[in-house]
Ligand binder design. Structure first.
Ligand SMILES: NC(=O)c1ccc[n+]([C@@H]2O[C@H](COP(=O)([O-])OP(=O)(O)OC[C@H]3O[C@@H](n4cnc5c(N)ncnc54)[C@H](O)[C@@H]3O)[C@@H](O)[C@H]2O)c1
Ligand SMILES: O=C(O)[C@H]1O[C@H](OP(=O)(O)OP(=O)(O)OC[C@H]2O[C@@H](n3ccc(=O)[nH]c3=O)[C@H](O)[C@@H]2O)[C@H](O)[C@@H](O)[C@@H]1O
Length: 357
């Protein structure tokens, strides 16, 4: 079992950072903070945009190719003078003048990232190279949303940032987990070689309103199935574990990381660990049946159905968040039991399932 050395000693820069735009130092013109969010039409990205837009000094530019994201997630900002939305694929170069870059663009659900594996790895490698090139040209700070999947099927539990992982380089998930590992490498190479200010968040399973209904991830699947009175599909063996973080906690952690002094990588996730069977039981308990089922007009089938799993599914996952606590003063506030019902209203509206009585 390999617990490898900490990665702090890789952080020495050899060059000073590029100079930020001259506008930053102008005596006559005080520009807003211009913030680019790639993948900002997606689940986490759109919640991040909502939070950034609360600050009147922020101008937010979203670029997204709408592969898994949607304009609907940003509809309240379209037309706002401090907001701009562009259809753009990060595998193509981008020329914009910005001060900070939150680089989220990448399909995140296994169903979607495996759908076009070559495109997923291009997004992770070429997309991250393009965003680093942009950061270098304009002197912007850049934050990458990496993933707990860089730890693969971990042999160390819980996972600290110093663990180098146990990843299959040729499996069906590799386009995503190896892609993110290369993206992290590129971030550190640009940091050391060009003095770019980088931040890396290793995000653990995040859930909340606006997840795609047919996204395929476990929390959205179980809630949608429950509201449709369908069986909850637990993939065998069901004893595999995950640790689920509510999206508002995640956004808070990402902003603290961007605004703080540490490059990371830093785990951001909720250490509460659940088996998939426990998650299904909890969803059954806290999500109410449809009105029809509650009235006894149809019989609810919210039972647990064991189905086949997919290859290389990690057996256990739980973040060690010591670094996030110490360096960012961050820890999650929302417990899974409290977070699940917060998705219910949003899923009911989008599924057209009547309200609970
Ligand atoms: N949600 C999680 O549990 C989780 C966990 C770990 C890491 N992450 C990371 O966080 C980020 C956001 O995840 P999410 O859950 O919001 O997923 P999401 O699929 O909802 O959002 C991803 C967004 O990126 C866009 N996108 C994909 N490829 C693109 C490309 N080539 N060019 C431009 N836009 C592109 C999509 O259209 C979408 O709007 C991703 O980088 C993901 O890897 C998420
Ligand atoms: O947090 C992370 O780092 C990564 O976690 C997830 O990947 P995964 O944990 O496999 O997410 P799910 O697809 O939600 O699966 C979680 C578990 O639920 C199980 N599952 C999934 C769907 C379902 O209907 N039933 C079910 O039991 C899967 O077998 C798996 O064990 C995300 O999808 C990635 O984007 C993210 O990078």
């Amino acid at each position: 079992m390999a617990k490898n050395s900490a990665n702090g000693d890789h952080q020495t820069t050899t060059k000073p950072p590029p100079t930020p735009s001259p506008l930053r130092f102008s005596k006559f013109f005080q520009p807003n903070m211009r913030i680019l969010v790639t993948g900002g039409a997606g689940f986490i990205g759109s919640h991040l945009v909502d939070k950034l837009m609360e600050n009147e000094k922020n101008e937010v530019i979203v670029v997204d190719n709408f592969f898994t994201g949607s304009k609907d997630n940003l509809k309240k900002w379209i037309g706002h003078p401090r907001f701009e939305l562009r259809r753009h694929d990060v595998t193509e170069p981008l020329l914009v003048e910005v001060d900070k870059i939150y680089h989220l663009a990448c399909p995140a659900s296994p169903i979607f990232y495996k759908y076009n594996a070559v495109k997923t790895i291009k997004t992770n490698v070429i997309g991250t190279l393009n965003m680093l090139g942009l950061a270098k040209r304009v002197g912007a700070r850049i934050l990458l949303t990496s993933t707990s999947e860089v730890y693969g099927d971990p042999l160390v539990h819980p996972q600290p940032e110093s663990y180098w992982g146990n990843v299959n380089p040729i499996g069906v998930r590799s386009c995503y987990d190896e892609g993110k590992r290369v993206a992290e490498t590129l971030m550190f190479d640009y940091h050391r070689q060009h003095g770019i200010e980088i931040r890396i968040a290793r995000i653990f399973n995040t859930y909340g309103p606006r997840m795609n209904i047919d996204d395929g991830r476990v929390v959205s699947n179980f809630i949608a199935q429950s509201l449709r009175d369908e069986p909850l599909t637990v993939q065998a063996p069901g004893t595999q574990t995950r640790s689920f973080c509510y999206v508002s906690d995640m956004v808070d952690g990402l902003i603290r990381l961007m605004e703080g002094d540490n490059t990371g990588p830093i785990n951001i996730g909720n250490p509460g660990e659940f088996t998939m069977i426990e998650l299904a039981e909890l969803v059954k308990e806290v999500i109410t049946y449809s009105q029809e089922a509650a009235l006894g007009l149809i019989s609810p089938k919210v039972e647990i159905k064991m189905v086949e799993n997919t290859p290389d599914d990690p057996r256990q996952r739980k973040p060690d968040i010591t670094k996030a606590k110490e360096l960012l003063g961050w820890e999650p506030k929302v417990k899974l039991r409290d977070g699940l019902p917060l998705m219910e209203e949003d899923f009911r509206l989008r599924l057209g399932v009547s309200k609970k009585i």
